[in-house]
Each structure stands twice: as C-alpha cells, then as structure tokens.
Design a protein around this ligand. Structure first.
Ligand code: C2E
Ligand code: MG
Ligand code: MG
Ligand code: MG
Length: 292
C-alpha cells in the first residue's frame, strides 16, 4: 500500500517501482485463473529423512506458481498475499486435492511415504475443514495417518483457542499434525503443553549456520529435548551440511529435511531419487544411500 499512498502526488515514473507494484498486486488478481489453469500451479516435493536409519520416510508438498508474465513466484512471496485476501480456502483446497492424488499414485506404485501438506491459518477457522479432509481421504482411499498437515506456530497463535479446537478435530480424524516453523511464533509454554501435535519442525532460521553458532546450538538442543519430552517427534528444517546433521544426530533429533539431502523436486523425479521403493528396503541398508 505504501507504494501508492505516499507517492500518489508525485508524477515521476520509475520502472523499478512499477515492477515492484506489479509483483505485489498482479499476482493476486491472477490467482483465480491460476487455480483454473492446468499448468500454472504445481506441487514439488522435498524428502524428509529419518536421522537414525538414513531412510527417506516422507515428502513435504510445496506449492509453485509459474505466472504467465511474471514467471516463477515463490510461495514465500505470494502465500502471505493470498492469505490476506481470503483466498487461502481455494489455495488449500487445490493443494490438498493435488497432494492426496499424488499420495494415491505413489502408494499404488509401492511407495509408502508420509505426505506432509502445508495449511494456512485461515483454514483453521473453516468449520467444515476436518470434514472436507476426511472426505478427501475417503475419495482417494488413503489411510489418515499417511497424511500430515503442517501448521505454523504463528498461525496457531493468531487465534489460539479456535485453532486448538480445529487441531483437535483434525487429530480426531487420524491425520497427523506438525507444528511448522517452530520457535518463531511466540507460543507460550502453556500452549505448547496442550499442543495436539505429533511433530514439531524446528524453523530453519535456527538450523542454518548452526555449525558456527553456539547460541543456535543451545537453542536447538533445548527445543529438541523440550519437544520430545512433551511427546513430539522432532524434525529440523534447513539442514544444508554434514556438520549440522552430525550435531542434530548427537542432540537426538528424529528427522532432517534440507538441501543437503535434496531440494524440492517434481513428483516424477521422486521415485528415481530413491531408486528403491522405501517400504521394500530394510532401514539399515538404506544408510548406504547417504553420506552418513
Ligand atoms: P515451510 O513449510 O517451512 O517450507 C520450507 C521451506 O524451506 C521451503 O521453501 C523449502 O524449499 C525451503 N528449504 C528446504 N530445505 C532448505 C534448506 O536446506 N535451506 C534453505 N535455505 N531452505 C530450505 P518454499 O517452498 O519457498 O516455501 C516457503 C513457505 O511457503 C513454506 O515454508 C510454507 O510456509 C509456505 N508454503 C509452501 N507451500 C505451501 C502450500 O501449499 N500451502 C501453504 N499454505 N503454504 C505453503
Ligand atoms: Mg512446511
Ligand atoms: Mg517451516
Ligand atoms: Mg517456513
């Protein structure tokens, strides 16, 4: 808004600002047609690795938008805008339908991975969200525990009471819950105590650069212990190098996700990246696939 309001009386054209303006406002108008187009939106998938066995045990679905004139726009750029404009319902409906369909295909191909799907704060206010989720699972014949929903800690803290009621409803369906970007959302310890989550994902801002930052190390080690003592499985996001992985392993972290293993990839690339269907290899031999 600043770009318009503060400059509306200055008649100087700036191409740089015009581009900024376009990037901020055009995508919003175009998201509706993106949802209807067959080729602008897609999901890419990033592996989640069990640190103990080295096995890939899941995939996180991440939204990508190839805009017809602006090109590739990342979700960090457009999702906040989508969420502020009340389009989160439509966006998540598309993401859920696409990810559930992919999970069906992978299971049909003998690949039994956990599928993690990001949802927005606004989805937690939709009264029929849990029912729609269950209907989706049924339509694709998927067991609820093959799906995990990732909800950011800050999304929960926007309206903690309502969010908790919805989290309980989701948990009752058997779908797993992960608290995403943990450590950035100002949860009080009393909320943390009641969080009905299976998984806590430590935000990448604590993980990236951890190898040369003793304060980050102290925070991460404490977050791991605290979360595990409260009964959650812990995933570290943003694992980019072996030093970090080695620290996480010593600190007892359960899972890791990050560029060290793989960047998010197209659905078609995922089975090739694994070489062998995950369910068919014993955990120990899987270690040979990784450098640890
Ligand atoms: P997130 O859910 O915390 O996802 C992790 C982000 O970190 C992804 O960025 C991923 O590509 C990136 N990442 C993974 N490993 C590394 C690493 O080792 N180093 C670094 N520097 N980054 C890493 P992406 O795909 O751009 O997504 C950004 C955020 O957008 C996500 O954060 C999530 O909050 C949101 N988002 C993505 N897809 C969806 C979606 O389908 N629905 C909703 N509601 N939000 C989504
Ligand atoms: Mg996530
Ligand atoms: Mg995250
Ligand atoms: Mg994030």
């Amino acid at each position: 808004h600043d770009a318009i309001d503060t400059r509306s009386h200055i008649a100087v054209y700036s191409e740089a600002e015009d581009t900024l303006y376009q990037r901020r406002f055009t995508p919003l108008n175009d998201f509706g047609s993106a949802l209807e187009s067959q080729d602008q939106l897609r999901l890419v998938y990033q592996p989640r690795i069990d640190i103990g066995s080295g096995d890939c045990i899941g995939a996180e679905a991440l939204l990508r938008w190839n805009h017809p004139t602006l090109g590739a726009i990342g979700p960090g750029e457009f999702m906040p805008m989508i969420e502020r404009s009340g389009l989160a319902h439509a966006a998540t409906a598309w993401v859920l339908a696409t990810a559930l369909q992919q999970q069906r295909r992978w299971r049909d191909a003998g690949m039994f991975l956990q599928m993690s799907i990001n949802v927005s704060a606004a989805n937690l206010q939709e009264p029929d969200f849990a029912t729609a989720l269950e209907a989706g699972l049924k339509r694709h014949g998927l067991p609820p525990d093959s799906i995990e929903l990732e909800i950011t800690e800050s999304a929960i803290m926007e309206q903690p009471v309502k969010a908790h009621a919805m989290l309980d409803a989701i948990a009752a369906t058997g779908v797993r819950l992960a608290i995403d970007d943990f450590g950035t959302g100002y949860s009080s310890l009393s909320y943390l105590q009641r969080m009905p989550a299976d998984v806590v994902k430590i935000d990448q801002s604590f993980v990236i650069g951890l190898e040369r930052d003793v304060r980050k190390q102290a925070l991460v080690a404490t977050m791991i212990t605290l979360s595990q003592d409260l009964g959650h499985r812990v995933v570290a996001e943003g694992v980019e190098c072996e030093e970090v992985l080695s620290f996480l392993r010593q600190a007892g972290c359960d899972e890791a996700q990050g560029f060290m293993f793989a960047r998010p990839m197209e659905a078609e690339a995922f089975p090739g990246w694994r070489h062998v269907p995950v369910a068919s290899i014993p955990a120990r031999s899987a270690q040979a696939h990784y450098a640890f």
